[in-house]
Design a protein around this ligand. Structure first.
Ligand SMILES: CC(C)(COP(=O)(O)OP(=O)(O)OC[C@H]1O[C@@H](n2cnc3c(N)ncnc32)[C@H](O)[C@@H]1OP(=O)(O)O)[C@@H](O)C(=O)NCCC(=O)NCCS
Length: 209
């Protein structure tokens, strides 16, 4: 009886904690001042540098990325310059963390990022995003990078909830989400918008700890 009551009390506490987490945003995480490097599962995630500009243009000037992400298209040298400048500015103001996905710490194969980290974000809506160069897809790079950055967000940044926003027909991205342990939030209304002349709908996937 006592055990059952204790179990119930713990259950109630859990429900209350969950409800509070639903209502209250995570605290705004402080990104480390030093460049972030995350290693594991055969990958090194590291911040973009000036030397990456040509690789960025090579990776991101691609129809799949143009279709599914807000990245500029064509993604030429000028777009790469603007992208790196913006990445640096948003890193400095603490709202985004953009990391090159590499295997050797040097050659970029894609990108994984945390966005909406700033104080003005909506409750519980820190987002994770990814894009892998077309030549490097199908090697679980996105999956491994997502797992690493999700774990970093939970443990190092102390975030309770990380979200992905994915178009329902983006099979590759929903494959990454599912394999990385994210769950589709069917109770959160999808958002719609217009980008590059087409209307998109984004469903919310979530990873909580
Ligand atoms: C989405 C994207 C990042 C996936 O990158 P990737 O490195 O090839 O993906 P992974 O190899 O890590 O695949 C992870 C899982 O998704 C599945 N998957 C990958 N591509 C898939 C596809 N085209 N169709 C169905 N499932 C797919 C894999 O089978 C794997 O699941 P498994 O581990 O159970 O086998 C890449 O296709 C991309 O950059 N697309 C364009 C940009 C984009 O859509 N970004 C996301 C916006 S929300």
């Amino acid at each position: 009886m006592e055990g059952a009551r204790q179990e119930l009390a713990q259950g109630e506490l859990y429900v209350r904690e969950r409800a509070a987490a639903e209502e209250d945003p995570d605290p705004v995480p402080a990104l480390p001042a030093a460049p972030v490097v995350i290693r594991g599962d055969g990958l090194v995630l590291r911040e973009w540098t000036e030397d990456d500009l040509p690789a960025m243009a090579e990776l991101f000037d691609e129809p799949g990325i143009a279709h599914r992400t807000p990245l500029a298209s064509p993604f030429d040298a000028q777009a790469a310059r603007a992208y790196l400048d913006r990445a640096r500015a948003t890193r400095a103001d603490g709202t985004r963390l953009q990391l090159a996905v590499t295997e050797d710490g040097a050659t970029p194969l894609g990108e994984v990022l945390l966005g909406s980290l700033g104080a003005e974000r909506p409750a519980g809506a820190v987002t994770l995003g990814y894009a892998i160069g077309a030549a490097h897809r199908g090697r679980r790079l996105a999956l491994r990078a997502t797992r690493l950055l999700t774990a970093y967000a939970h443990t190092t940044l102390g975030l309770h909830r990380i979200r992905l926003q994915i178009e329902p027909d983006n099979a590759a991205s929903t494959g990454v989400a599912r394999a990385a342990g994210y769950r589709l939030r069917t109770d959160v209304p999808p958002t719609t918008g217009t980008q590059k002349g087409r209307t998109y709908t984004l469903q919310v996937w979530e990873h909580t700890r």
